[in-house]
Design a protein around this ligand. Structure first.
Ligand code: GLU
Length: 322
């Protein structure tokens, strides 16, 4: 008997429409999930599909309200024993953020798999159909259960925590830097090799049921002559700040001076892709090390942490666990 997979479509380039020989200047979020599925009848041999159009947008317009809706929808539908897993189609720009948010808030061990494409659906050699087909294969696979939220892209399977967008144009743009892929898909078969080591999904302490919004967190990117007054402005508009520091989370003396005066939690991440920030790297006592989370992922963990506490030591603990 075929397993049932729910596709939650949100838009992005995979649903984009433009000129056939072009990969820029197209409209993301134009086609519905049903239209995308008509192009890959092979999916029906893998799983019975229920398609839900959550929204149809450029992923740069994703909001906390959409994240909460997605997580609450998955948590409710996962109760149905007929549902084997979920696929979320998504723009690649913020795909890693939605994946990590769901990795921390979905309360199920059933596979939840995000995918997208770099070329719009109308492009020569569009990558969306194969990515969607492979995502359905992973979502219906027993090997993918209990591994946290996954991303399938260009034959590879990534964990939500490590995955990131690494190119503005290439079909292998979604990758995981020094952490690498945890599995691959070949001819519809799933080969899983690694298990994510950080706590996720049903094992997290974050409960988003009933939530309508997340605390706001601002990300500030440090560079030579970065204006420290922006830190004060960000603190006046947000419940927390993430700094994309230089190197191992460093910044200028003038930045340091203002940070020591801030009363909102400040998490220090890095503008470097690969690497880790440890507590000994921190220049200010009232800050939290982001471990190896990128600034955009550190912001998600800080937003969720702030739904539970503003205590710096408890937030520090969360940045070691998740
Ligand atoms: N900006 C678009 C989006 O994120 C295009 C990126 C993509 O999907 O590849 O939805």
């Amino acid at each position: 008997m075929r397993k049932k997979v729910v596709i939650l479509a949100t838009g992005g380039t995979i649903a984009g429409v433009g000129a056939t020989a072009k990969t820029a200047g197209y409209r993301p979020g134009s086609l519905t999930a049903d239209t995308l599925l008509q192009g890959i009848p092979e999916v029906a041999e893998v799983a019975e599909i229920e398609a839900v159009q959550v929204c149809n947008i450029n992923s740069d317009d994703i909001t906390d309200a959409i994240w909460l809706d997605l997580a609450q929808t998955i948590n409710a539908m996962a109760q149905d024993e007929d549902v084997a897993g979920f696929v979320i189609t998504h723009g690649t720009d913020t795909l890693e953020e939605t994946a990590y948010f769901l990795n921390l808030t979905v309360k199920a061990s059933k596979p939840v798999v995000l995918t997208g494409s770099m070329r719009p659906s109308t492009s020569i050699s569009a990558d969306g159909p194969m990515n969607l087909y492979q995502a359905v294969c992973v979502a219906s696979s027993d090997a993918a259960a209990g591994k946290g939220v996954l991303v399938v892209f260009s034959d590879r399977i990534y964990s939500a925590r490590s995955v990131t967008k690494t190119s503005t144009y290439h079909v292998t743009a979604i990758a995981a830097g020094e952490m690498g892929a945890i599995g691959v898909v070949r001819d519809g078969k799933v080969y899983m090799y690694e298990t994510p080591g950080k706590r996720h999904t049903a094992d997290t302490e974050f409960d988003i049921s009933g939530l309508k919004a997340l605390p706001k967190v601002s990300i500030l990117y440090f560079a030579v002559d970065a204006d420290p007054e922006l830190l004060r402005f960000a603190a006046s508009r947000s419940s927390g700040i993430v700094i994309a520091g230089a190197g191992a989370g460093e910044f200028s003396e003038s930045y340091k001076q203002v940070i020591t005066e801030l009363s909102v939690p400040v998490v220090v991440s890095s503008r470097i892709d690969d690497g880790i920030i440890i507590p000994d790297n921190l220049l200010c006592e009232n800050t939290v090390a982001a471990d190896n989370l990128s600034p955009q992922k550190a912001a998600i963990l800080l937003r969720l942490a702030l739904t539970r506490t503003a205590d710096l030591d408890q937030i520090r603990e969360m940045f070691t666990i998740y």
